[in-house]
Design a protein around this ligand. Structure first.
Ligand code: ADP
Ligand code: MG
Length: 342
């Protein structure tokens, strides 16, 4: 979770900046307030939206909807809320298009590798096979608003997409309250509403995947969601190696090959889901996948340098003019743009 904001200058109009902890991460917001709307009210709109999603979709809360679903037996219909439905429909689409790279049931792999205990252990090949057999054994029930697990051990973890949904829901509620300009960041899942207070684009920073305390690149956007996934965000250490919390269902192992992926899309749920998906797909498949299935979405891939070369920061064609390295990072990173038009 990775992006931080450089707030634009906040002279006129009234800008409210605030941060708080939620959904296991930090949210930072900068909202341009319409006249008469108190800052405390705007803040509550955002906080309540996030809390609502958390209460429904957090696997850390034993009574959340997702925890109840995970304990549910196979072959009975489980009725789902609108938030759960939105996440599962988006997840299903990503799963189908990515041929399984994105999988909302990667829970068994996360558990096996020790991500919930935050203590890694190298599983045996047999244990990996057994965890893989628990993935994806569920379906939408065509007669009701529910879903059905077809294997009791199939368990959901919507950590790859739920923060995006939460951001979209907060944006909708802010707009209903009359806020059309502002920036919301929920642990690296951003939505840039309208323009910045000086009416220019929002300028957001991308975290340096080699040093998460620093920003190394900037993007200029307006009315777009921006999400970043990186293995540096949560990891376990096994035999001195750091393994990140994004699992590759094709291997049953933590995904490798990219340092981070940033997505610029129209909705935060799509940006969040796609950043995880492209991270799993890796450096060769990520951009062809985007071109085939999401041609209007832009991406930034950070690819590790080989044989002492600089790491590559590859932007899609449409980001020319809005993506740049911050000064001082040219020695470590080489910025280039994909030649194809997306
Ligand atoms: P962050 O949580 O840092 O914002 P992501 O959005 O990339 O990062 O989500 C990573 C989370 O997604 C993991 O912590 C886990 O909950 C879930 N996850 C892991 N592997 C997969 C996968 N292959 N498909 C979908 N979700 C995954
Ligand atoms: Mg994600």
């Amino acid at each position: 979770m990775l992006l931080l904001v450089f707030s634009a200058c906040s002279q006129e109009p009234m800008v409210s900046d605030f941060s708080f902890e939620t959904m296991g991460t930090v949210s930072s917001c900068s909202l341009v307030l319409p006249a008469k709307l108190p800052a405390t009210e705007a803040r509550l709109v955002v906080q309540n939206s996030f809390e609502e999603v958390n209460k429904t979709l957090s696997t850390w809360l034993p009574d959340s909807e997702i925890s109840r679903l995970n304990r549910a037996p196979a072959d009975s219909v489980f009725h789902i809320s609108n938030s759960m439905r939105a996440c599962l429909e988006a997840s299903y689409e990503l799963n189908q298009k990515s041929e399984g790279a994105f999988d909302p049931t990667a829970e068994s792999l996360m558990r096996l590798w020790g991500f919930y205990r935050r203590e890694g252990r190298l599983p045996s090949a047999a244990a990996i096979d057994s965890a893989l057999a628990d993935l994806g054994q569920w379906e939408f029930d065509s007669h009701s608003q529910g879903i059905r697990k077809t294997k009791p051990e199939t368990r959901f973890d919507l950590g790859g997409i739920a923060k995006g949904l939460a951001v979209d829901q907060a944006v909708e509620k802010l707009q209903a309250a009359g806020i059309n300009n502002g920036l919301i960041d929920l642990g690296g899942n951003l939505f840039c509403m309208g323009g910045a207070p000086d009416r220019s684009n929002w300028r957001v920073g991308i975290r340096d995947p080699k040093n998460r305390d620093e920003l190394f690149a900037t993007l200029q956007v307006s009315d777009k969601a921006v999400a970043t996934s990186g293995s540096y965000e949560r990891f376990v250490e096994i035999d001195g190696r750091r393994l990140g919390h994004i699992m590759n269902p094709a291997t049953g192992r933590p995904a490798e090959g990219l340092l981070s992926v940033t997505i610029v899309a129209d909705s935060a749920i799509l940006a969040d889901g796609l950043s995880t998906t492209l991270f799993v797909l890796g450096p060769e498949k990520a951009l062809p996948f985007l071109k085939a299935h999401y041609p209007t979405v832009e991406a930034v891939l950070v690819v590790p340098g080989q044989n002492g070369h600089r790491a590559k920061v590859i932007g899609t064609h449409g980001l020319q003019g809005s993506l740049g390295l911050m000064s001082g990072f040219e020695a470590e990173y080489k910025l280039e743009f994909a030649k194809q038009k997306y």
